[in-house]
Design a protein around this ligand. Structure first.
Ligand SMILES: Nc1ncnc2c1ncn2[C@@H]1O[C@H](COP(=O)(O)OP(=O)(O)O)[C@@H](O)[C@H]1O
Ligand SMILES: [Mg+2]
Length: 336
C-alpha cells in the first residue's frame, strides 16, 4: 500500500476536518445496507417525513446512483433536473435540484437515472466534492437541520464514503443470512475506509498499510476488529488516536426491517451487540419494523406509509425509530 493506491480510492469526500464549519453543519444521516431491496428508501422517506413533522427542516438526497426512485415514494414525477445535472453535467446550480414535497419541512433532491452514472468508475475522483460541501453548508444556505442520504446497496466507493462520513450511518438489514452477511462485509469495508481516511489525513501511509495488514489480512487470528485495534494502539499510538477520533465522532445505527417472528427480533438484538463488540462502533439500536403489507400498498399508491397508513403498527414503529434517531444525533453538529 503506498500513497498512490490510497489516493486512487478518493471520491472527493473530505479526509480533513472542515473546522470553519463547526457548529454550523446539519446533522448528516446516511442510510446504507450490504444488500438491495431491504427497505433503505422506505426507511429514508418515512424517517424524513416523521422528522419533518416533528419540526426538523429535512433535506433528503437520493444517492442510489442509477437506481434512484425516491421521488416515487413522495408521489412526484421524475423532475426536470436531478442530481446528475449538477454533479455530472455541471449545468445547474445545486439549488435547482432541491424540490419541495407534500410533507411539511421535507425537501428532496432526486438522483436521476442518467446512464452516465453507470460510467461512474471512470469519472473524476473528486466527483462528489462540491456536493459534499453543499451538504455541509445546507444549514447556513437552506436552513436545514438534518440531511438524510438514501444510498444504493453494496460497497461502491462513494457509498462507503458517504456512509463513513455521516454523523449517523443507519445500517438497514432484513433477517436473512445473505442480508446479514453483506451487512458485516459492508461494515468491514467502512472500517477499512476509515483506516484509509486516517492514513490520508495524517500522511502516515506506512502505518496505514501495516494496520490494514494486521486488521484485515490475517484470517487465522480469531479476534474481533475491536480487539485488534486495541492491540495496535501501543505500536501506532498517534495513528490510533486519530482513527479513534474519527470513529468516536460517528455512530452506526441498526434497523432491522421485515421482521416476522420473535426469532427475527432476537437476530436484531444480537446484531445490535455484535456491531459494537466486533467492530468497535458506537452503536445505536434504532429499532425494527415488521413485515407489513402497508409498505408495498402505500408505495403502489405513491404515498408514504406514515401518511397513507398513519395508524398502522408500521407507522408507530417508524415513529419510534425517528425518535431514537433524533436522540442519537449530535446537537449543534460539528464535523471533523
Ligand atoms: N416492512 C416492510 N414490509 C413489507 N414490505 C416492505 C417493508 N419495507 C419495505 N418493503 C418493500 O420492499 C421493497 C424494497 O424496499 P425499498 O425501500 O425500495 O428497498 P431498498 O431501498 O433497500 O432497495 C419495496 O417494494 C417495499 O415496499
Ligand atoms: Mg432504494
Amino acid at each position: 500500500m503506498d500513497h498512490e493506491i490510497a489516493r486512487a480510492w478518493q471520491t472527493g469526500l473530505p479526509t480533513v476536518a472542515d473546522l470553519h464549519l463547526q457548529g454550523e453543519v446539519p446533522s448528516i444521516i446516511a442510510v446504507g445496507s450490504g444488500k438491495g431491496g431491504v427497505g433503505k428508501s422506505t426507511l429514508s422517506a418515512n424517517l424524513a417525513a416523521k422528522l419533518g413533522q416533528s419540526g426538523q427542516q429535512v433535506l433528503l438526497l437520493d444517492l442510489d446512483i442509477g437506481g434512484a426512485n425516491l421521488h416515487t415514494y413522495f408521489g412526484l414525477p421524475t423532475p426536470a433536473y436531478t442530481l446528475a445535472d449538477y454533479v455530472v453535467y455541471n449545468r445547474i446550480p445545486f439549488e435547482r435540484t432541491i424540490q419541495p414535497t407534500s410533507i411539511p419541512n421535507v425537501r428532496l433532491v432526486s438522483g436521476g437515472k442518467e446512464e452516465i452514472w453507470s460510467e461512474l468508475e471512470d469519472l473524476p475522483a473528486t466527483l462528489f466534492t462540491d456536493l459534499w460541501h453543499k451538504i455541509l453548508s445546507a444549514r447556513t444556505d437552506h436552513n436545514i437541520d438534518t440531511v438524510i442520504l438514501d444510498l444504493g446497496a453494496g460497497t461502491q466507493k462513494h457509498t462507503i464514503d458517504f456512509f463513513s462520513s455521516a454523523h449517523l450511518g443507519i445500517l438497514t438489514v432484513v433477517p436473512e443470512p445473505t442480508s446479514i452477511e453483506n451487512a458485516y462485509s459492508f461494515l468491514k469495508t467502512v472500517l477499512w475506509r476509515q483506516v484509509d481516511q486516517t492514513g490520508l489525513r495524517t500522511q502516515l501511509f506506512q502505518e496505514m498499510a501495516n494496520i490494514k495488514e494486521r486488521l484485515f489480512q490475517n484470517p487465522s487470528v480469531q479476534k474481533s476488529y475491536r480487539h485488534k485495534l486495541q492491540e495496535l494502539q501501543t505500536t501506532y499510538p498517534f495513528f490510533m488516536h486519530q482513527l479513534y477520533r474519527l470513529l468516536h465522532s460517528r455512530k452506526v445505527g441498526v434497523v432491522m426491517n421485515q421482521v416476522r417472528c420473535q426469532k427475527d427480533i432476537e437476530i436484531y438484538r444480537s446484531m445490535c451487540s455484535i456491531v459494537p463488540d466486533y467492530f468497535g462502533y458506537t452503536t445505536q439500536a434504532l429499532g425494527y419494523l415488521h413485515y407489513d403489507d402497508a409498505a408495498w400498498k402505500s408505495l403502489r399508491n405513491r404515498r408514504l406509509v406514515v401518511t397513507d397508513f398513519p395508524h398502522s403498527l408500521l407507522t408507530r414503529k417508524i415513529e419510534s425509530i425517528a425518535a431514537q434517531t433524533l436522540s442519537s444525533l449530535p446537537r449543534g453538529s460539528t464535523y471533523g
